[in-house]
Design a protein around this ligand. Sequence first.
Ligand code: F6P
Length: 318
Amino acid sequence: MSNLSAKLRSLASNDPAKAAACDAVAALAAAAASIAAVIRQPDAEALLGATSGSANTDGDDQKALDVLADEMIERALAAVPAVAAYLSEEQDTAVPLHDDGQVIVASDPLDGSSNIDTNVSVGTIFSILPASGGILQPGRNQLAAGFFVYGPQTTLLVSFGGPVMAFQLGDDGQFHDMGWSVSITPDTREFAINASNMRHWQPDVAGYIADCLAGETGPRKVKFNMRWVGSLVADGWRIFRRGGIFLYPADARRGYEAGRLRLVYEANPVAFLVEAAGGKAIDGNAPILDLVPRTLHARVPLVFGSANEVDEFARYRP
Ligand code: F6P
C-alpha cells in the first residue's frame, strides 16, 4: 500500500506548478496529523469546545481549536517556499508568505467546529490556486483541493485535477492509500439539509424536499432517507462513499441571502473533488467552479452530490 509522500513525489516530477501544489499538500498533511493528535488528546491550549473569546469572519464564536488549527496550518505553510500566501476562514485578509511562491493556499482550518465538543467528525478543507491568478479566482483554476476528516478515522480526500484519492492516517504518522477508487454514484435516495430552517426556505427548496419526504406515494415514487451531521466534511465524506445530495441553500434569514458556506475555502474545494468524482456541485443554477468570488469570505448557496439528483433539484428552480 503506497503512502501519500510517495504519491506526491511521483506527481511532482516535471511540472513546477504541480510540484508546488504537492509541497503544499505535504505540509497540510503534516499539520493535519498534528491537529488529529490534539483532537485525540487535547492539551491545555486546545480545550475542546472552549471559546477563544472572539468571533471569526463569519461572526461565529471562535473555538480555541479553531485558532490553534489555523496557527498550525499557517506555520506549516510558512515553511514551504512555494506558498505565496495563505487565505483562512479565521483571518480577515490574506497572509503573505513567500514573494516568489507559485501557489496560494485557502483553507477552512477547522470545519464543523460547533461539533468539536460533541465528539463528532470535524475537518480541514483546502484549496490550492496558482499564485499568478491572485486571491479571487474561479474554482476551475484550482491546481489541487481536498479535505481531511478527524473522525473515527483521520482521512484525506485529495485531487490534483485527476481522480480523487483517499488516504487514511496510520499509527506511523503517514497517510496511506485506502485503495478506494472514489466515485460518486449518479443516483441516490438520501439527502442532507438542515431541516430546522424549513420555514425560511425558498419555494424551490421547499418543493424539492417536500417531494422527497412524500416518499413512495409522492411524485418521486421512492422513499428518501435523511442525514445531517452539521460538518460539511462529514456529510461530504458520506456522499463520496455512498452517494447523496447535500444542500445549504440561500434562505430568508438575515445574513443567509447567499447561504452559509464560503466559496473560496469551502464550496470550491468540495466542488473540485465532487466533479473529479463524477458528481455535480452548483449554487442552484451555475456550477460552483465557474463562479468568480467577489470577496475572500463571500458566501454561496451550495448543492452537491450525485449528478442525477443535483439535476433533479435544478428542475425545481423557477
Ligand atoms: O461552515 C461551517 C459548518 O459547520 C459546516 O461544516 C456545516 O455544513 C454548516 O456550517 C452547518 O450549519 P448549520 O449549523 O446552520 O446547520
